[in-house]
Design a protein around this ligand. Structure first.
Ligand code: SME
Length: 159
């Protein structure tokens, strides 16, 4: 099994090296869970500042914990609750520079300081979200949004 190899140092360099590797990692594997699992591992390995990387998948109208890397997490999140549920409700990516300032933020890990959530949308329907947390304040910006949305786009054909 090949491993993720990153030589760059800036966020942009890391993502642009990571993207083609994720593409080749998932292209020959049709199984959704296998691909989601490997993507969480690749992201966590590429970015030491990511404390938690995982997917919540829509099941019977709520978000249920899927493949992830990091500490134990809440298993179910209602649509409209927390950052994940709000992203699913609004059907848009949400960047939270300081989780303490996001009303209703759900603390799975009390050390988490900032977060980004990207919804997974196919034919207008929310199928889940990609959630990334960091122990650093203000860890996520438009570069993360751009590349994480691209990674979600690559995964869409596996749903
Ligand atoms: N903080 C998230 C909950 C999921 S955990 O961070 C893994 C939220 O507010 O939706």
């Amino acid at each position: 099994m090949e491993q993720i190899i990153i030589k760059g140092e800036t966020k942009e360099e890391i993502y642009s090296e990571l993207l083609p590797q994720i593409k080749s990692l998932i292209e020959d594997e049709p199984d959704l869970i296998a691909n989601l699992a490997n993507v969480t591992s690749a992201l966590k390995q590429a970015f030491p500042s990511f404390s938690w990387v995982g997917f919540y998948l829509m099941k019977s109208g709520e978000l249920v914990l899927g493949p992830f890397q990091g500490k134990l997490a809440c298993t179910r999140i209602k649509i409209g609750s927390g950052v994940c549920g709000t992203s699913a409700l609004r059907k848009e990516t949400i960047i939270v520079p300081d989780v303490e300032k996001f009303p209703g933020h759900i603390y799975c890990d009390p050390d988490s300081k900032s977060e980004i959530v990207v919804p997974i949308i196919k034919n207008g329907e929310v199928l889940g979200v990609l959630d990334v947390d960091s122990y650093e304040l203000n860890n996520f910006d438009e570069i993360d949004r751009f590349y994480l949305e691209k990674i979600v786009e690559l995964l869409l054909e596996k749903f």
